[in-house]
Design a binder for this molecule. Structure first.
Ligand code: SAM
Length: 318
């Protein structure tokens, strides 16, 4: 399908017009397997901003609805973003007995905040994304991601570096989400470090939980470099307090992995298992989820044996 010898050598971001059919494509050349997304409408419909930090683009895809891309990589798409965000947010929010104070590092598209605020125990949710353009443009053009959550009195949204924020704050958080772009630029690179996860650990309240978006699972076995988050989280949190899980995101064309860890687990902590009091939370959250459920919770943590082995081996080779 690719009319290029080596799509990975193309400049990013790359929007290509097929002259034969007049069709417009966005080509994600950053991942392990380059992907093609058919765009609805002419090139003028691709909204592009070069912010101080990155190239932010919004366009309508034929298959996945409106999509957000940063520096040539799809970050989320209308039709399936709930799959990603519900899997990212709810396991930790359900597993924590009473999450009140929440921090979202990155997550400037607003959907992680939207999901966090579904939990009535939340008193405050702070979102710190380095790029105010991402925040602004998604609030204007991808309103379904925020779903007005920024107007919720519990929400505190600001533009800033998450690393600097963690260093300067003296707050303690019950759950911290690391919803950061992949480590392909200097903006996010410092957040793929032991220092960053040490700061997160220090800012977690007792029994606190961190979740970081990891890598595409298939890339984990093709490219050991993609085990970075798993290795980092395990070097900072003791291994029996960590777990990896995954969900399939069609617009990513991949299973996306997440790493979850806790500082101070009560004896029941097993991320894949929901204790009875956690199950009770589903009563008052009824109707809140499209993808997440007690059954899906268990399914998220079921990894293929080949992947489990890779994760285990990664810990031994640290
Ligand atoms: N769901 C996404 C994925 O699959 O990778 C992540 C989405 S979210 C839009 C990623 C955000 O991380 C971007 O808005 C970017 O501005 C933010 N980011 C990158 N480096 C950051 C930093 N140092 N501090 C805070 N936010 C950062």
């Amino acid at each position: 399908m690719f009319p290029f010898d080596d799509p990975r050598a193309l400049p990013t971001p790359y929007v290509w017009q097929d002259e034969k059919s007049d069709t417009l494509y966005f080509i994600d050349t950053v991942g392990y397997d380059p992907c093609l997304y058919e765009i609805e409408g002419p090139i003028e419909k691709v909204y592009t901003i070069k912010s101080q930090y990155q190239t932010v683009q919004i366009f309508n895809t034929i298959r996945f609805g409106r999509a957000l891309a940063i520096d040539g990589t799809i970050q989320c798409a209308e039709k399936d973003e709930a799959r990603y965000h519900e899997a990212f947010v709810h396991p930790a929010m359900i597993l924590h007995m009473k999450p009140k104070n929440i921090l979202i590092c990155g997550g400037g598209d607003g959907a992680t905040l939207r999901e966090v605020l579904k939990h009535p125990s939340v008193e405050k949710a702070t979102l710190v994304d380095i790029d105010e353009e991402v925040i602004k443009v998604t609030q204007e053009r991808m309103t379904f991601l925020w779903a007005e959550s920024h107007h919720d009195p519990r929400a505190h949204v600001s533009a800033g570096d998450a690393f600097a924020f963690l260093k300067s704050t003296d707050e303690r958080f019950d759950v911290i989400f690391s919803d950061i772009t992949d480590p392909t630029d200097e903006v996010s690179l410092p957040l793929y470090s032991k220092n960053y996860f040490n700061l997160i650990r220090a800012r977690l309240a007792p029994g606190g939980i961190v979740v970081a978006q990891g890598a595409e699972i298939s890339e984990v076995w093709q490219n050991p470099g993609r085990l970075l988050i798993w290795k980092l989280i395990n070097s900072v949190f003791k291994t029996h307090r960590t777990a990896a899980y995954q969900t399939y995101v069609p617009s990513f064309r991949e299973e996306r992995s997440f790493c979850i860890a806790t500082t101070d687990p009560p004896s029941w902590f097993d991320a894949s298992h929901l204790p009875p009091w956690a199950l009770q939370k589903f009563d008052y959250l009824e109707g809140s989820f499209r993808f997440y459920s007690p059954e899906m919770h268990k399914a998220l943590f079921a990894l293929p044996p080949v992947v489990e082995k890779i994760y285990e081996r990664a810990l031994r080779s640290r």
